[in-house]
Design a protein around this ligand. Structure first.
Ligand code: ASP
Length: 589
């Protein structure tokens, strides 16, 4: 129907007759001349209708925002003084000669350029309109480019794109499963994949050697800002490649992507052991753009007459850490109170601090509600360890190591953002040497990555010291966000059985849930490993979006519903009968 996209016209088209199809973005009546801004996915062009052509003029007068139109006209230079340098098509306009209304539109629930005045709920409910916003269109296009560049890299490197099932068995990645009842096997359920993990391992056992898939994954967990119940992974698995080789190859894939689409040079990624990341940044995905670090001061606080510090300082699972904020002295009481509330989210019971007014005067030069509890020698040793200067502020975390790390780790990022402490724009790294397991609150152990991750030690050593054993897992982190993670996998059934045992999975359960994997490992499984990148988060970071929902065409809300389709929805009695399912109404109803 069209000869050109609206957004691609420029001075080189002057004097050409063109045909455009698109939406009326705006209609303006300028004293006898009608201006229509016509929009399509490439941008907006200004079209002028004058009364000389009565038919098209009358039609142009009758159209309203979001009508779908087709028009023919002549491209001409905009008159002197009306050139819009902020618009791609700002040098030209089209003199409309004929106009056809392809479809009318009701008044939209919000105008595209006034989307901010309505709540996100209204935008998600009318997502088909929201998606017309040029900003979101840009993001969707960018996302498409990202997948195309990644695919190209993987195709060029001999990876095969292989699909794996959506109706499957549970694939443990630490979340709840989405279940689908089976009609043909009544009382049985499929689970939607939390990831294609086991299938990609089986593909390695089958000899495909290099696999990838842009894969939908489903995890029923309580949603946080950057999570969605269904999300997309760039899922990768390889055989006969070492941890080093896999990391090098995928690092190259990501650096190429940033270079090609954004002309950004990420450089080569530093490596950091998990233990160092937790100790220094309180996080396994440290944001290295922020120069603040956590410094352990447990040893200094062990003897002080202040239980809040001495307790965690002498508890083997406790930690007392300090976070020095250079120049932080200027923070107001109110700001400090707000930060205290903020760390409360992470379970911290308070946020002790010291303002360093005059470091040469340990009696009077430190301003703090807690300094009176610290002997002068401790004050001196503390300032020395932190290399504190006049004008600095020192925050403290004192609790279980877990709470201190989470609270101060998050505070570090918040301060970085609030005080704009960033030292660079992009800070990638690999976090390596993760432990195999961590303790759960009920005293059991759980896999940090997933139960198919290979340990760095023998089965005997793993059994002897499960909580200190390291794994061959690696995470790629960028600006405090985990872009992707993976591991070398267990490829021997005997090792896999040891891990299952340590995770307290009985032999019957192993057989029932993972019998197929254990079998596969016994029939010639090659050494293999891989990783998966979170595509949504990657695109979110690259486009500087504040919400993951901005880079997903049809996202779900925080309560895991789709406002557009009203999913999940009730089903008919007939459908339930076919499945032999009777719904127990939730108690509240
Ligand atoms: N399956 C893992 C995940 O979804 C990634 C991997 O180990 O390859 O996190």
């Amino acid at each position: 129907m069209r000869s050109h996209y609206c957004g691609e016209l420029n001075a080189s088209n002057i004097s050409q007759e063109i045909t455009l199809c698109g939406w009326v973005h705006r209609r303006r009546d300028h004293g006898g001349v009608i201006f229509l801004d016509v929009r399509d996915r490439e941008g907006i062009t200004q079209v002028v209708f004058d009364p000389d052509r009565a038919d098209s003029f009358a039609l142009a007068d009758s159209v309203r925002n979001e009508y779908v139109i087709k028009l023919t006209g002549l491209v001409r230079a905009r008159p002197e003084g009306t050139i819009n340098p902020n618009m791609r098509t700002g040098e030209i306009e089209v003199l409309g000669t004929s106009l056809e209304i392809l479809n009318a539109a009701q008044t939209p629930p919000f105008q595209l350029d006034e989307h901010q005045s309505v709540g996100e709920d209204i935008r998600l409910k009318n997502r088909f309109i929201d998606l017309r916003r040029p900003e979101i269109q840009q993001k969707m296009r960018f996302r498409s480019k990202v997948t195309s560049v990644l695919r190209r890299y993987l195709d060029d490197n001999g990876f095969l794109d292989i699909e794996t099932p959506i109706l499957t068995r549970a694939t443990p990645e630490g979340a709840r499963d989405y279940l689908v009842p089976s009609r043909t096997q009544q009382g049985s359920f499929f689970a939607l994949p939390q990831s294609p993990q086991l299938f990609k391992q089986l593909l390695m056992v089958s000899g495909f050697d290099r696999y990838y898939q842009i894969a939908k994954c489903f995890r029923d967990e309580d949603l946080r800002a950057d999570r969605q119940p269904e999300f997309t992974q760039v899922d990768i698995e390889t055989s006969f490649m070492s941890e080093e080789q896999i990391m090098a190859m995928t690092e190259e894939m990501i650096t190429n992507l940033f270079k090609e689409l954004m002309n950004i040079d990420l450089g080569s990624f530093p490596r950091m052991p998990y233990s160092e990341a937790m100790e220094t940044y309180g996080s396994d995905k440290p944001d290295l753009r922020i120069p603040l670090t956590l410094i352990t001061v447990s040893d200094l606080m062990a003897e002080v007459d202040f239980k809040v510090f001495s307790g965690p300082a002498t508890d083997p699972k406790g930690r007392v850490a300090a976070l020095k904020v250079p120049g932080g002295n200027s923070l107001t009481r109110k700001q400090i109170d707000d930060y205290t509330k903020f760390v409360g989210i992470y379970g911290a019971k308070g946020l002790a601090y010291i303002k360093v007014n005059d470091k040469s005067n340990l009696e009077e030069g430190l301003q703090s509600p807690i300094v009176k509890f610290l002997p002068v020698e401790v004050r001196g040793a503390l300032l020395e360890r932190l290399d504190a200067q006049d004008g600095d502020l020192i925050f403290f975390g004192a609790d279980s190591a877990k709470i201190v790390n989470e609270a101060l780790g998050a505070l570090r990022c918040k301060l970085g953002e609030d005080m704009d402490l960033y030292t660079c724009e992009w800070a990638p790294l690999w976090v390596v040497d993760f432990p195999m397991f961590e303790e759960t609150s009920d005293g059991g152990i759980t896999a940090i990555h997933h139960p198919f991750t290979a340990p760095s030690c023998s089965p005997e050593d793993l059994k002897a010291n499960p909580l200190t054993a390291l794994s061959q897992a690696y995470d790629m982190v960028l600006n405090g966000t985990e872009l992707g993670g993976g591991s070398i996998r267990i490829h021997q059934a005997s090792m896999q059985e040891v891990v299952f045992e340590l995770l307290n999975i009985s032999e019957e359960e192993q057989e029932e849930k993972f019998g197929f994997l254990l079998d596969a490992l016994k029939f010639g499984a090659p050494p293999h490993g891989g990783l998966a990148f979170g595509l949504d988060r990657l695109v979110m970071l690259m486009t500087g979006s504040s919400s993951i929902r901005d880079v997903i065409a049809f996202p779900k809300t925080q309560s895991a519903t789709c406002l557009l389709t009203q999913a999940p929805g009730e089903v008919s009695e007939k459908q339930l009968k076919e499945l032999s399912i009777r719904v127990r109404k939730p108690v509240a109803e």
